[in-house]
Design a protein around this ligand. Structure first.
Ligand code: 13P
Length: 344
C-alpha cells in the first residue's frame, strides 16, 4: 500500500468507489440492533461487521475504504484473521473514527448545541491507529438548525477542532476525513433547503479558513459534508433536482479544487434518495473534485434488516449490501437509474 497522503486520498475517492461508514459507536450500533430485535454483544457486532467486510464483490469493486470504530479495528473475525486483514484482502483501506463524540457546548448562548471532543491525547492515539493499519480517519462536527441556531460560537469552535484534528492526522501519515454535518433531522419546521444552504455555506467557509490557518494540506484530505437539503420536519421539501443543483452550487463556491474528493454522509435520507441525489450531481459533470459516498445508514439499512442477526441470513445480508454499494458506485459515475433498483 502506498503511504503518501495525496495517493491515499485519491484512492479513497477512486472512480466508481466510495467509503463505507461502519464506525457506529457502541451506543449507536445498539440503537441499530434494537431496530431488528438483536442484542448488541461484542460477538454480534463482530459477526455483523464481518458479514459486511466479507461481501467480496462489494468490497473489491465498490468500496474504497471502511471507517471503523475503536473496538472493530482491534477485533478478529471468527477464524482468527483480524477484521483489518479481511478488508485489506479485498483491497479496501482501513479507516478509524477518532473523535470521542459530540458533547454539550458550554455557555449561555449555546442552548442545545454541541462541540465534538477528542483532541486530548490524539497524537498518541493516531500513532497507535497507524500501527493497527488505519490510513485515514474521521472526525464529525455537528451543527443544528433551530430558532436562533446555529450560533457563530458553535460553528467556529467545531471548525477549529476539525482543523486541529486534521493537521494532527496529516502529521501521523493519516488522511483526515473532515466532516462538518448540518443535521437534517433537527427540530425546526422552518428548516427548508435555503436555510440549509445558508448554514452549510457559512460552515464550510469557516472550516476552510480554519484548515488554512492550521496549514492543513488540502490535497491530503477528503471532505465529508451533508447535502443541501430541506430538514425532515420542513413542510417545504425540495425536488431531487433542486437538492443536486443547490448542493453543487454551495460546494463550488466554498470547496477549493485542490481537495481531491468529497464523500457525502447520508444523514437520514432514504437509501434511494441518497443514491439519486449523488447520481444527479455526477451526471451534471464538469466538477473540480471527485464526488462520492461515505454512507452509513444508506449503505447498511437494507443489509441489517436482511441479516436480522441470523447466521442463515448472512448471504442475504451480503446481497443487500452489495446491491446498495453497486447502486452508489453507479451514482458516483452519474449512471444510476431508478429502473436498476427494481431490476434487483
Ligand atoms: P450516515 O450516512 O448514516 O449519515 O452516516 C455517515 C457518518 O459517518 C456519520 O458520521
Amino acid at each position: 500500500m502506498t503511504e503518501k497522503l495525496e495517493d491515499i486520498a485519491i484512492a479513497m475517492v477512486a472512480p466508481g468507489k466510495g467509503i463505507l461508514a461502519a464506525d457506529e459507536s457502541s451506543g449507536t450500533i445498539k440503537k441499530r440492533f434494537d431496530s431488528i430485535g438483536v442484542t448488541s454483544t461484542e460477538d454480534m457486532r463482530r459477526d455483523y461487521r464481518e458479514m459486511l467486510f466479507r461481501a467480496n464483490d462489494a468490497m473489491k469493486n465498490y468500496v474504497s475504504g471502511v471507517i471503523l470504530y475503536d473496538e472493530t479495528i482491534r477485533q478478529k473475525a471468527k477464524d482468527g484473521t483480524t477484521l483489518v486483514d479481511v478488508m485489506r484482502a479485498a483491497g479496501s483501506i482501513p479507516g478509524i473514527k477518532v473523535d470521542t463524540g459530540a458533547k454539550p457546548l458550554a455557555g449561555p448562548t449555546s442552548k442545545t448545541e454541541t462541540i465534538t471532543e477528542g483532541l486530548d491525547g490524539l497524537r498518541e492515539r493516531l500513532a497507535e491507529y497507524h500501527d493497527l493499519g488505519a490510513r485515514f480517519a474521521k472526525w464529525r462536527g455537528v451543527i443544528t438548525i433551530a430558532d436562533g441556531l446555529p450560533t457563530w460560537n458553535c460553528i467556529k469552535a467545531n471548525a477549529h477542532a476539525l482543523a486541529r484534528y486534521a493537521v494532527l492526522c496529516q502529521e501521523a501519515g493519516i488522511v483526515p476525513i473532515v466532516e462538518p454535518e448540518i443535521l437534517m433531522d433537527g427540530p425546526h419546521s422552518g428548516h427548508d433547503i435555503d436555510e440549509c444552504y445558508r448554514v452549510t455555506e457559512w460552515t464550510l467557509r469557516t472550516v476552510f479558513r480554519e484548515l488554512y490557518d492550521a496549514r492543513v494540506s488540502l490535497e491530503g484530505m477528503v471532505l465529508k459534508p451533508n447535502m443541501v437539503i430541506a430538514g425532515q420536519k420542513s413542510a417545504k421539501q425540495a425536488s431531487p433536482e433542486e437538492v443536486a443543483e443547490k448542493t453543487l452550487r454551495c460546494l463550488k463556491s466554498t470547496v477549493p479544487s485542490s481537495v481531491p474528493g468529497i464523500a457525502f454522509l447520508s444523514g437520514g435520507q432514504s437509501d434511494e434518495a441518497a443514491t439519486q441525489h449523488l447520481s444527479l450531481m455526477n451526471a451534471a459533470g464538469n466538477l473540480p473534485w471527485a464526488l462520492t459516498f461515505s454512507y452509513g445508514r444508506a449503505l447498511q439499512a437494507a443489509s441489517l434488516k436482511a441479516w436480522g442477526g441470523k447466521t442463515e441470513n448472512v448471504a442475504a445480508g451480503q446481497r443487500a449490501f452489495t446491491h446498495r454499494a453497486k447502486m452508489n458506485s453507479l451514482a458516483s459515475l452519474g449512471k444510476w437509474e431508478a429502473g436498476l433498483e427494481k431490476a434487483a
